[in-house]
Design a protein around this ligand. Sequence first.
Ligand code: ARG
Length: 463
Amino acid sequence: MASLWGGRFEKEMDDIVKKFNASIGFDQRMYNEDIDGSIAHVTMLGEQGIVTKEEADQIIAGLETLREKIASGEIVFNVDDEDIHMGIESRLIAEIGDVAKKLHTARSRNDQCQVDGRLYIKKEIREVVHRLLYLESVILEKAEKYADSITVGFTHIQHAQPITIGFIFMAYFQMFKRDIERLMDTYDRMNLCPLGACAMAGTTLPTNRHRTAELLGFAAPTENAMDSVSDRDYSLEFLSNAAISMMHLSRWAEEFVWWNSQEFGFIDIDDSYCTGSSIMPQKKNPDMAELLRGKVGRVYGDMIQMFTVMKGTPMTYNKDFQEDKESLFDAIDTWKASIQIFAHMLEKTEFRMDRIEEQLSKGFLNATDIAEHFAKQGIPFREAHSIVGRMVKACENKGCDFEDLTDEELQSIDPRVNKEALGDISIKACVDARVSYGGTAPSEVRRQIKAGSQWLENLEELK
Ligand code: ARG
């Protein structure tokens, strides 16, 4: 089949060149967006008198027929279609005849692939946000359920301070909140329409780019034609957002893997989200969490691939840019599936408070609280820190807890301290007292839950 751009050519493309050059294998995923772009374009051409109203109507009807035929599988693309833009145009000519040859007036594939890409990513951003919002709602529910439940807080994977489980949930809530905000920000910045930029320098024809932008639901047309066809920042932003968010998922997934181990035994993941071993009958492995931890590698790869494609490319369009799609699609699929799996795994996981309880007495979790207690009594914190440090040493030597140190032992560490000065140093009292803004006390976690729910409720929908 001769190509639509074949006028100045004396030879057909070599078969292996055709195959290497074609993007139809993957860009057909954007056929709806390509048709939407064409319909908006020809509507505008009709309104501007660049084509007649009748011609515009005929082309629009033809495009809608193609949309149905592609959806039903009646049209199957192949390498002769080259890419989705050529594929639809050549099949439109076959469908409605020569009038279809007017569609490509005052546009280029260079701006077309950008319209498709932006429409497609906008749609996917709405979907990713939707999934992240669901994850956030699961987190809020679990945070409320475990707002009073105390567990071990770690730094350097060492017992550090007692915290509530609800507090952990609300920490991750903040991470995914930032992911959503980043996506919305990217959405706003990319919500400009490149259609009509043409190859790189606009057109002599009396087009109305504001109208096509409006018809396609963009906030406005892009400002500069050269930039319009060479810009892939929105893909880079999207991929960076995906990489950050996948990293967040992988961090929590990593904690799930530990928490599920024999050594921790902090959680019980539902059987339906675990797998067994082919040889060890007793095994129940947290494969979903491990896979999630692994998937982040793919998405980092997708992001790096795109940054590498763009590096050093001169103005304006270069064929290198065709490599902007497969990694993007892979990141979209991986990210969406990962959020969904994670949200459901979270729903199907409960904490084993009996096992957690056993750990709360280890590692002097209340040491900081005691030091703060002394500070409240007027001992400079640096000195209080040192006193508690010596108390820890004494406990380790004696093999006991803070509560078991006698008045004499305490006095020998520092004359200002005794059993009474210690006050209530139970783990629960320590957690309850951490009411500073953003702290772990149940009352403070409930404030965070409320603020989080309000943020969710007030979130504006992406248009
Ligand atoms: N298939 C191409 C891509 O995805 C479309 C643009 C082609 N433009 C060109 N001048 N060859 O980038």
